[in-house]
Design a protein around this ligand. Structure first.
Ligand SMILES: Cc1ncc(COP(=O)(O)O)c(C=O)c1O
Length: 359
């Protein structure tokens, strides 16, 4: 079929977009995607492989991932009064939410700069996307947000808490004020909960339009693709209707359950990363030409005085260090990179290459 014919049929909003491309691994020190730098030690890997031996890949998975749901409920302290839906990563749950409550008339609302998938997914499902800029110190601009809610009556609003890529936690009182003003669903995306330990889970019991989104990706299982959404049953029942059958593979279900049975190992690695986070911040603060923003997550937003960030990022790549260049992503992120906290050795390598890049 000619390109022209394809273009006549593809939804107009998609034509000018590029497919999402994530840089492949291959650099010595990969600090661009907020992954954990730690792999399971040999003894845990062996037990995991034994658990995998019992699965039947000729059969479809359990469609509701019943055992994994029960294990997640117990581990995360989710009582039966709340609904729980699992996704192939939290990205899939964001998509399911947008498909359920948003449309070209009923927008998905967010605050920017934030996690880019809110916009990308909203546009992919044909929904309108509205963003309200954060304040200069990256907090919620409450008056502007309340005005946007009043004007657009959005299907839902997403808050990344802590926010990606800025690393801060928003003022919870502002989120509560937004919740009171919203007719739609308020999603608190707690992807970095392991590192912040701040949550809206208890608050969910006091209101009827808040849901909490979590992922296994950031504390050590990014390759697993497993996220979960907790919230009022009345909302989650509807969201579950757009879930594709068997979205959680048998491999993911068994591995997820296995991972929760050795959750202490993950928690010890989270503690190591939080410890490193303090040292990393202190070290970056020693560079007078950089601003490092405080972070409740496992990454830092760092601003450079120099304006040619491609040169800086290329110098880091030459030194085998991969970070995320945010310079072109939002006007409030000019001169910024986002760097994941790695192992002590990886962080030292980053600091060393950074020192050279700034010389
Ligand atoms: C705030 C936030 N939410 C969700 C995700 C996506 O997580 P997942 O790997 O579960 O799709 C990310 C990933 O960077 C994120 O930063």
């Amino acid at each position: 079929m000619s390109t022209n014919k394809v273009h006549q049929r593809v939804r107009s909003g998609l034509l000018n977009r590029l497919a999402y491309v994530s840089p492949s691994a291959g650099y010595g020190v990969k600090l661009d995607a907020m992954e954990s730098p730690y792999e399971w030690p040999g003894d845990i890997q062996e037990k995991w492989l034994l658990a995998l031996k019992d699965i039947h890949l000729n059969r479809y998975p359990n469609g509701s991932a019943v055992d994994l749901c029960a294990a997640i409920r117990q581990w995360a302290g989710i009582d039966e009064s709340l609904g729980l839906v699992l996704g192939n990563g939290s990205d899939e749950l964001i998509q399911m939410i947008a498909m359920t409550v948003c449309s070209c008339e009923r927008p998905l609302l967010s605050t920017e700069p934030t996690f880019s998938m809110y916009r990308i997914i909203s546009e992919s499902v044909g929904s309108k996307y509205i963003d309200v800029p954060l304040t200069e110190d990256f907090d919620i601009d409450l008056n502007a947000l309340l005005a946007a809610i009043d004007k657009h009556d959005p299907g839902c609003i997403f808050f990344a808490y802590p926010n990606n890529p800025t690393g801060n936690l928003f003022d919870p009182k502002k989120i509560q004020a937004v919740t009171e003003a919203m007719n739609g669903l308020v999603i608190i995306d707690e992807a970095y909960f392991s590192y912040s330990r701040e949550t809206f889970m208890p608050y969910m019991h006091t209101v009827d339009n808040v849901a909490v989104l979590r992922t296994f990706s950031k504390f050590g299982l990014a390759g697993l693709r497993l996220g979960f959404l907790v919230g009022p049953k009345s909302w989650l029942r509807e969201i579950d209707k757009v879930r594709l059958p068997y979205n959680i593979s048998t491999l993911t279900q068994v591995t997820g359950q296995f991972a929760l049975s050795c959750s202490e190992w993950f928690e010890s690695k989270v503690r190591d990363i939080c410890f490193e986070r303090e040292r990393f911040e202190a070290e970056v603060r020693k560079f007078p030409q950089l601003i490092v923003y405080p972070s409740a997550a496992n990454f830092f937003l760092i601003r450079f005085e120099v304006r040619d960030m491609d040169v800086v990022v290329d110098k880091l790549l030459d030194g085998n260090i991969m970070v995320k260049n945010l310079d072109n992503q939002h006007e409030k992120l000019r001169g910024c990179i986002r760097v994941t906290v790695g192992t002590p050795d990886e962080n030292d390598q980053f600091l060393q290459v950074l020192r050279k890049a700034l010389d």
